[in-house]
Ligand binder design. Structure first.
Ligand code: 2RA
Length: 337
């Protein structure tokens, strides 16, 4: 059913990883089309050893496509998704635009794969900071029901695109050389600094990035009673978001039980040996698809609490990998109907 596939935003940072993943995972298709804005149309790409020319994203560009994965800014997703759906094409969207739409399933395949059956032509993939957290929450939630989460994020500059990564390296160099630097992406210096704001003010002193973690988590678990208190911080790290997560559960869990639950869960890798200085760090996790967990311990401040540290490649599991896994889920569920 999904023979003719397209990648919208094919030339962007996440788009290029989606291309790489489709090759690596041997994703099945008959034809593949790469689409982008007028500015990038005409770009030549090599995919599975063949040269492809990027096509401009217009309504008619979706005429012959069955499935597209989009990684674009919100305004672009708002525009192209209806064009594709009207033409009978299923859209897997990485942007933030459709995620909270009641008719759109928001999917992390390790957590709520069953939601795919409710799609009406559009399936959304969550924000990167939410995705890694809900994967890590899932085994604990299934065993002991999570009531409350307190999370502080340490988000890499790649979350702000290629320009964000360049601003970190260029401004760090300028700062070491004692040169002035003209910022374009971040509102404050990112070199040798931390910025406790990602997105604009949204709700009662929380930013839009923080409220995504609240709303998306509840939607993915289908449980509006889960309480989430996030603080999102941009850090001078090129790639991989890290999160300090504290969960309060209904039933008690020991640190050893939580560790075993993490170990047994597909998609999670545990690195946890404090005595020998072993825990997940951004440099060691970049380029990998798993969610990494370490520093697993009892919360000393409440009865049923587990604290842990979680790192994941925000461009892969936080974006491209999750979208490709949703596409695989869709293709496989169509095959089993
Ligand atoms: C960021 N979460 O890191 C955003 C990207 N979607 O800025």
């Amino acid at each position: 059913v999904y023979e003719n596939i397209g990648i919208v935003g094919a030339t962007g940072a996440v788009g290029s990883i989606i291309r790489q993943l489709l090759e690596e995972r041997n994703f099945p298709y008959k034809t593949i089309t790469f689409l982008a804005s007028k500015r990038s149309a005409g770009t030549k790409l090599t995919f599975r050893g063949e040269e492809h020319t990027v096509v401009e994203m217009t309504p008619d560009a979706f005429n012959d496509l069955d499935l597209v994965i989009g990684s674009t800014p919100d305004e672009t997703a708002q525009e192209f998704a209806p064009w594709a759906i009207e033409r009978g094409c299923v859209v897997i969207d990485e942007s933030g635009y459709w995620r909270m739409d009641k008719t759109v399933p928001l999917i992390v395949p390790e957590v709520n794969p069953e939601a795919i059956k409710d799609h009406k032509g559009l399936i959304a993939s969550p924000n990167c900071s939410t995705t890694q957290m809900v994967v890590a929450m899932q085994p604990l939630h299934a065993a002991a029901k999570i009531r409350r989460v307190i999370v502080s994020t340490y988000q890499a500059t790649s979350g702000a695109g290629v320009a964000g990564q360049a601003e970190l390296t260029d401004s760090s160099r300028a700062s070491l050389d004692g040169q002035a630097y003209d910022r374009k992406t971040f509102a404050h210096p990112i070199a040798f600094n931390l910025i406790p704001q990602i997105g604009g003010p949204k709700h009662e002193g929380y930013t839009s990035e923080e409220m995504k973690m609240v709303y998306e988590t509840r939607k993915i678990f289908g449980d509006d009673s889960i309480l989430v208190c996030p603080t999102c911080v941009r850090v001078p790290v090129t790639n991989c978001h890290s999160e300090s997560i504290l969960v309060e559960t209904e039933k008690p869990l020991s640190a050893a039980e939580a560790t075993q639950l993490f170990r047994d869960f597909p998609g999670i890798t545990v690195i946890d040996d404090l005595a020998n200085g072993q825990y997940p760090m951004p440099l060691g996790c970049t380029g990998n698809d798993d969610v990494y967990v370490g520093r697993i311990r009892k919360d000393l401040s409440c009865e049923n609490g587990i604290a842990f540290w979680c790192v994941s490649d925000n461009l892969r599991k936080g974006a491209a990998t999750n979208a490709v896994q949703i596409a695989e889920l869709l293709v496989n569920s169509a095959a089993t109907v």
